[in-house]
Design a binder for this molecule. Structure first.
Ligand SMILES: NC(=O)c1ccc[n+]([C@@H]2O[C@H](COP(=O)([O-])OP(=O)(O)OC[C@H]3O[C@@H](n4cnc5c(N)ncnc54)[C@H](OP(=O)(O)O)[C@@H]3O)[C@@H](O)[C@H]2O)c1
Length: 300
């Protein structure tokens, strides 16, 4: 195996996507550096224990970002979900600017699968396409990934599992693509491993394609009792602009445009189907999601 000497800087490494990327890069024998806000928090300490070099800093501190990018081969950039659209664009573009100034070899930005070719006019839906457009204009060798819906999202409380049903965004006979967070890291590590092939491209990434009916049987099998599937009622979608946007996008927008699962398997031979991902979940967490004893699983 190759031991890549210059490190890859992973942003958000204490979170879901960044954590998955850091783990997969370490496994692929890259040296990994992580920008963390608090090196003393348990998630940072766990990274250090796995061999990750920690650099303290924050997205709003360009000097710290530049220091973290010194002498790195690559940067994985992902931003948290809880930012205002303005901050998301400000951080996403300034991180890319610093990467370009630092003359790194390969920049990978994790965008979103609902990004289309046209802007919606709604700031929070347009933040990721604005960042993508900015990255494409920079003198920077970049790959943009657009992960489909995380499998982990389907175990979140509040979508009916605890009452024996699952409500989600597609009609029962329609399908959607999903990805396990662990597979995001493995795919990103494969992209870093083949810069000549993936430089300059934007790629949707996913692990499986499932219908509502298939979700129903997969969940019923693992729960050991019937779980019925239904699309979220129209009234719920009308009242929630974000869910309505995703449902429309799944029906005939960017979320209906599929990732190439054959390519995904080539990049990551361990790619998880929804059923295999579900089977790999901790039993206690599943029981909690199904409303049995214990704590409710937190996605991730
Ligand atoms: N496709 C889907 O189904 C789906 C689902 C959820 C999210 N997403 C997308 O995924 C992205 C979020 O990724 P994620 O779920 O991996 O995020 P996450 O688990 O919430 O992790 C966020 C990471 O960012 C770090 N961070 C937050 N603010 C920071 C700052 N000011 N400076 C430096 N680091 C900071 C956090 O560090 P600390 O430990 O210091 O907090 C953490 O490591 C968003 O773009 C969201 O739209 C997609």
């Amino acid at each position: 195996m190759i031991n890549h000497r210059r490190p890859i800087l992973v942003l958000g490494a204490t979170g879901r996507q960044g954590g998955s990327v850091a783990k997969a890069l370490l496994k692929a024998r890259w040296n990994v550096r992580a920008l963390v806000r608090d090196p003393t928090q348990p998630a940072s300490a766990a990274l250090r224990q796995q061999g990750v070099e920690l650099v303290r800093g924050s997205f709003d501190d360009a000097e710290a970002m530049a220091a973290a990018m010194r002498d790195v081969h690559g940067v994985f950039s992902v931003l948290p979900s809880n930012l205002s659209a303005e901050d998301e664009v400000r951080y996403g573009t300034s991180i890319a600017d610093v990467a370009a100034e630092s003359r790194i070899d390969h920049f990978i930005y994790s965008s979103g699968a609902s990004v289309g070719n046209t802007l919606t006019g709604v700031a929070r839906f347009d933040a990721k396409p604005c960042i993508e457009a900015h990255i494409r204009k920079l003198p920077l060798t970049a790959t943009i990934v657009r992960p489909l819906i995380f499998m982990e999202m389907l175990l979140r409380p509040g979508f009916g599992l605890e009452q024996g049903r699952l409500m989600s965004l597609i009609r029962p006979d329609h399908s959607m693509q999903l990805i396990a967070v662990d597979d995001i890291g493995k795919i990103v590590a494969a992209l870093f491993g083949d810069k000549p092939r993936f430089a300059g491209i934007t790629i949707k990434i996913a692990g499986d394609r499932v219908t509502g009916h298939e979700l129903e049987t997969a969940f019923s099998d693992v729960a050991g009792h019937p779980i019925t599937y239904a699309r979220l009622p129209d009234a719920v979608l009308v009242a929630n602009a974000d869910l309505a946007h995703m449902a429309a996008s799944l029906e005939n927008g960017p979320l209906a445009e599929l990732a190439d699962l054959n390519l995904m398997r080539e990049l990551n031979p361990e790619l998880l189907s929804f059923r295999s991902w579900l089977a790999s979940r901790d039993r206690k967490a599943l029981d909690a999601a199904f409303g049995r004893n214990g704590e409710v699983d937190q996605p991730g």
